[in-house]
Write a protein that binds this ligand. Structure first.
Ligand SMILES: [Zn+2]
Length: 510
């Protein structure tokens, strides 16, 4: 009962499509990528290619050119057909580029006006298509691999990628909204920016860029190989260069099923939060560590963010196998053997690679007293353990180890650092995180107001306040919610706004 309290059911895969838009050739080959805005819930602040979720209407887009899709009946064919249509629609909605139109395109001014209508949601793309009698040639999109979001993420996508050449006379542009910006980039420049820690993106972007950087020969085939290449010799999730996310199956609260272990560094590595001692899970972790060691990344430290077993269970095995030193807060040292006990402000240096890997320890209590986060100033990256969840829901604060006042203080402190990227122990990494942290603080304040409103002059046990103070929480999670409720009550008591007598709570008579 120590893990993020997720309040929403686990979603299935969401069908989606992405377009690797290209122009030029040879050394002058460019690809168009976008920066996702702070406002989106999935991968805010990350680089991406254009694309999005398949709409119900996509299946009806008039499309020629791929006969086997015309009379599609199998699930796979229907998915491919809808994905191609989705790719055409998303390209137009997000960048104004109309792919695969059969026959003459409208003049630039007309096309721009139609784009604005669709972008501003005055008209649906499908309605514009019907009105203009447009048909599309599906061959404008060349299949370039199918990617599925790994299991650690609370929102998972099943995405067909396509490569497409920008039609002559058209130029993509991005109007700020869900996307912050878009630009043409040379694949090698994009990879260079990534390796210097300036860009964050998911595995499909990385492997598409690598394939593009290798040139145009058999490009679609090599793009399609991306998922396989990214999984050999282990499933490599490296959203920032030098930060490998290795999800381990653990036993946190539903719907979370994994703890994200991180292998951080370019020459020397630290392993953060190996949360399982299951032999199968450890074997996969060792495969990852050994593969990275073969590249010259040697495991030096095992760092534990706090004492909960889904963060620490694998530490002993890693210490034994690799001789790595186990590091944690000095309060963690009162619960288990550490080779190095650290405190707030200490630095954990690793041998540098392209850049430095000096990580600063921040004592960030609240979820537990011994909770630490790691701060990497060069890339403005925060490894936050269970301080911030990587998805919907909120972290359980379980007194007396959990402390709401300390928790809110820790959130405010890390927000003030203005991290660019957050790597949480559960769920998905997040870019553009400051806004989200402020939202989390506001959410706790709202909850506090509900708790305060539930209190009256009659002393009642905390459980009697649940219905009114956690109306949005499913009943099966009330046992967890009650712990966080107690944490709020204890903070209100400390502030003189609630009174406790035995196990019962009432408003302060003052
Ligand atoms: Zn925890």
């Amino acid at each position: 009962m120590s893990e993020p309290l997720a309040m929403k059911p686990k979603p299935k895969f969401r069908d989606s499509a992405a377009v690797v838009l290209i122009r030029g050739e040879g050394a002058r080959l460019d690809t168009f990528w976008v920066l996702r805005s702070d406002a989106v819930s999935v991968q805010p602040g990350f680089r991406a290619f254009i694309g999005g979720k398949v709409d119900a209407g996509d299946a009806d887009l008039p499309m020629d050119g791929v006969p086997e899709l015309a009379g599609a009946t199998s699930e796979a064919q229907l998915f491919e057909r809808a994905s191609r249509a989705c790719a055409i629609r998303e390209s137009f909605e997000e960048t104004g580029v109309l792919l695969g139109l059969i026959g003459p395109a409208p003049d630039a001014a007309t096309l721009a006006a139609l784009w604005e209508d669709v972008r501003e949601e005055r008209r649906r793309f499908a309605d514009v298509v019907a009105e203009r009698g447009w048909r599309f040639d599906a061959r404008a999109l060349v299949p370039a691999g199918r990617w599925q979001t790994p299991a650690f993420a609370p929102v998972r996508f099943d995405t067909l990628f396509f490569v497409a050449r920008v039609p002559p006379g058209q130029e993509p542009s991005v109007v700020e909204g869900e996307l912050a910006s878009g630009e043409w980039v040379k694949p090698l420049d994009a990879l260079d920016r990534y390796r210097h820690g300036h860009e964050t993106f998911a595995a499909p972007i990385l492997w598409n860029l690598i394939a593009l950087a290798e040139g145009e020969h058999a490009l679609a085939e090599r793009l399609a190989m991306g998922p396989q290449r990214s999984a050999t010799p282990f499933k490599r999730i490296e959203l920032q260069w030098g930060v490998v996310l290795h999800p381990m199956r653990t036993k946190p609260l539903p719907p979370a099923t994994h703890t994200n272990a991180f292998l951080i560094g370019e020459s020397e590595m630290m392993l953060l939060d190996p949360g399982s001692d299951d032999p199968g899970e450890l074997a996969q972790l060792f495969t990852a560590i050994d593969a990275l060691a073969a590249e010259g990344r040697k495991l030096a430290l095992v760092v534990l963010t706090h004492h909960h077993s889904d963060h620490t269970a694998g530490a002993k095995a890693c210490r034994e196998r690799y001789g790595a030193r186990v590091v944690g807060h000095r309060l963690l040292g009162e619960r288990m053997a550490l080779d190095l006990a650290v405190k707030d402000g200490d630095w954990l240096p690793l041998v540098p690679g392209i850049g430095d890997w000096n990580m600063q320890v921040l004592h960030t209590p609240g979820h537990t007293q011994d909770s630490i986060s790691l701060w990497h100033p060069r890339t403005r990256t925060l490894f936050c353990g269970d301080l911030i969840p990587g998805g919907p829901g909120s972290v359980i604060i379980d007194p007396p180890d959990g402390d709401m006042g300390a928790y809110l203080g820790s959130l405010a402190r890390v927000a003030a650092l203005a991290p660019r990227t957050i790597f949480p122990a559960h769920g998905s990494p997040q870019g553009a995180a400051v806004k989200r942290i402020h939202k989390m603080i506001a959410h706790r304040k709202e909850r506090e107001a509900l708790v305060l409103a539930a209190l009256d002059a009659n002393a009642r046990p905390a459980a009697a306040l649940l219905e009114q103070s956690y109306p949005d929480t499913p009943r099966e999670l009330w046992a967890y919610a009650e712990r966080s409720l107690l944490a709020h009550l204890l903070l209100l008591e400390r502030d003189g706004r609630a009174v406790r007598s035995g196990d019962a709570w009432s408003t302060s008579p003052r």
